[in-house]
Design a protein around this ligand. Structure first.
Ligand code: PAZ
Length: 311
């Protein structure tokens, strides 16, 4: 059976009501980027949700937290890139995620760090320096990031298509960094019932169809000049290299970042046509809370610079 492409099948995914708004905002942001003479990266982050009913009560989710995308966005912003951050609603957010980490570490709720006296809200404690830095960075860089939220697989598909098209005028100065965990299977419209699936003591069968691959079309025609980076996740390290290499050969894009589920924040491999680089955090780096995304982004920016200067 021939693989269906997203362009042929985008109509399989219901069109989000605010698609025009996303198109408008993306075009506007691209114009701003061109006038500022900057590079631009589209980062996708978090996991897509597959609804089981049209009036959705239940859905299929995946593990992704969006952390990789959020920390990568911080590093691109600090390297003077403009960023379109297409992220799962409620997932990790650049700079803000440091506050979430802090609360987690201290086992506190957000409201625990504020006090109220005479109708004035105060911060209850001395913030550590890195939280102050995050706040400063956000203040400084917030105009350089356009954030777009998605929840469902359909939204993700339509928004990615629309944003890639909007990126065309940026040509080689655009990077596409696909860190989101996109569902591989979905319940097609014709197999999705309108109302809540009723509970009963009978087994129910779900018919899951493969999600059409969009990468081929993305590389060929949605954003043909952009530097395209995909991520490949496996749980079995034995098959990771092969799967990552095969993707690079099949789609002929610029780079694949390969990682395994449980070690993804410590070790990754970056594969390009010419390079095969392992990035692994040392014990000291892990102890010093260095983020591996800083190193991934540093490398990819170098490759992107070469791409921009190539004919
Ligand atoms: O979102 P997160 O920080 O929890 O995890 C990042 C990741 C594992 C989703 C990303 O590195 C990745 O591999 N994305 C592609 C997954 C895939 O193979 O579809």
């Amino acid at each position: 059976m021939a693989t269906l492409t997203v362009q042929d099948n985008l109509q399989q995914f219901s069109t989000p009501g605010n698609l025009e708004d996303v198109v408008f905002k993306s075009i506007e942001f691209v114009q701003k980027t061109l006038s500022e003479n900057r590079n631009l990266v589209l980062i996708t982050a978090g996991g897509t949700s597959v609804p089981l009913e049209q009036n959705t009560v239940r859905c299929i989710e995946n593990f992704s937290t969006g952390r990789r995308g959020a920390i990568s966005a911080e590093n691109f912003l600090l390297a003077d890139y403009n960023v379109i951050y297409l992220h799962r609603n409620g997932s990790s957010f650049p700079f803000e995620r440091k506050f979430v980490d802090y609360l987690d570490e201290k086992s506190k709720r957000l409201m625990d760090i504020f006090t109220i006296a005479n109708d004035c809200v105060n911060i209850a404690e001395n913030f550590p320096k890195d939280l102050k830095d995050s706040l400063k960075h956000y203040e400084l860089l917030k105009n350089n990031i356009l954030t777009i939220k998605y929840t469902s697989l359909s939204e993700y598909m339509h928004y990615t298509h629309a944003i890639c098209n909007a990126l065309k005028p940026i040509e080689k100065r655009a990077m596409i960094y696909l860190a989101a965990a996109v569902s591989d299977f979905f319940v097609s419209n014709s197999d999705t019932q309108v109302h809540k699936i009723q509970s009963s003591d009978k087994l129910i069968n779900l018919k899951l169809s493969p999600v059409p691959k969009m990468l081929g079309k993305l590389v060929e025609s949605w954003a043909p000049d952009a530097y395209v980076v995909t991520f490949k996740l496996e749980t079995d390290p034995e098959i990771l290299d092969h799967k990552a290499k095969s993707a690079l050969i099949k789609y002929r894009h610029e780079a694949v970042v390969a990682n395994t589920l449980h070690d993804r924040y410590n070790t990754v491999k970056i594969l390009t046509e010419l390079e095969n680089i392992v990035i692994r955090l040392s014990e000291e780096e892990t102890h010093a809370k260095v983020n591996i995304e800083q190193k991934i982004v540093e490398k990819l920016i170098k490759f992107h610079v070469n791409h921009m200067t190539s004919i």
